[in-house]
Design a protein around this ligand. Structure first.
Ligand SMILES: [Zn+2]
Length: 263
């Protein structure tokens, strides 16, 4: 929470760029989404394991790849990102509308209304294009984006494994949810396991915090946020030596990744 609020403070106290707001909106939106995921997960130690926390690491890597890839594109990419999302909101409003016909409930009506609002479409003149390609980047996959911005290793090492868990690949079910049957007449078939993952993997939870910190630093660099504002917002990290030490790996990792992307 402290890291995320310092990030927001840095953005808010730095001189505002009123004429190209999309880049900062998209950056702060994505970083905040990842930050909220981490904050919530930290409050629930049961999630500190690969089985239940894969989505947290996956979000952190995904956001990192998005930001790095977008930094290499024409600045109009940030507007495209928002426009793509608005088109999706329109699509979901239409789909929910189909549902509403046989599900006459005020909640569904409210959801349609909300999605319509998020599509930022005109009530009278429908100008919102729905892009049904797989991503905001003309359908480009996240793997291709990672490759183009020098983060293929990060993608392969973190994202693909976490995605395997998220998409219920068999190896993940086998190791997390199944166990061998003890009846020797059953030829060692696998049966569902009710032994829950213990969670509470402190190293994993710490790595999320370090990754979030690296993501925040990188976002501020890409945005070229005023250095004084950044130093001021994060001054508690250098005055509080204990915190500074515990975040040091994140900082090093961030610099390391940056060097890689420079290469
Ligand atoms: Zn059996």
């Amino acid at each position: 929470m402290d890291l995320l609020s310092s990030y927001i403070e840095a953005l808010e106290t730095a001189p505002a760029r009123l004429y190209d707001q999309e880049q900062q909106e998209v950056h702060s939106g994505l970083v905040t989404r990842a930050g909220r995921e981490v904050i919530t997960a930290l409050g629930a130690p049961d999630l500190w394991c690969v089985e239940h926390g894969a989505h947290v690491g996956r979000t952190l890597v995904e956001v990192r790849i998005y930001l790095e890839w977008m930094a290499l594109q024409d600045p109009s990419v940030y507007r495209s990102y928002q426009t793509y999302g608005a088109g999706k909101a329109k699509l979901y409003a239409r789909i929910t509308d189909e549902l509403a016909k046989d599900w006459n409930s005020p909640e569904v009506e409210k959801a349609i209304e909300e999605l319509d609002k998020l599509s930022h479409n005109d009530d009278v003149l429908d100008h919102r294009v729905v892009d049904t390609r797989d991503s905001f980047a003309e359908g480009k996959s996240i793997r291709a984006m990672a490759k183009e911005c020098g983060l293929l290793d990060l993608y392969r090492q973190s994202y693909s494994l976490a995605s395997g868990v998220a998409h219920s690949e068999w190896w993940s079910l086998e190791t997390h949810c199944m166990e061998p049957c003890r009846n020797i007449l059953h030829r060692g078939h696998l049966i569902p396991s009710l032994t829950l993952s213990g969670g509470a993997d402190v190293a994993l939870a710490s790595s999320w915090v370090s990754q979030l910190y690296a993501l925040i630093r990188r976002s501020l660099q890409i945005l070229r946020t005023n250095q004084d504002a950044v130093d001021q917002a994060f001054s508690w990290l250098s005055t509080d030596s204990a915190s500074a030490e515990s975040f040091a790996p994140g900082e090093e990792q961030a610099q390391d990744d940056m060097r890689k992307s420079e290469d």
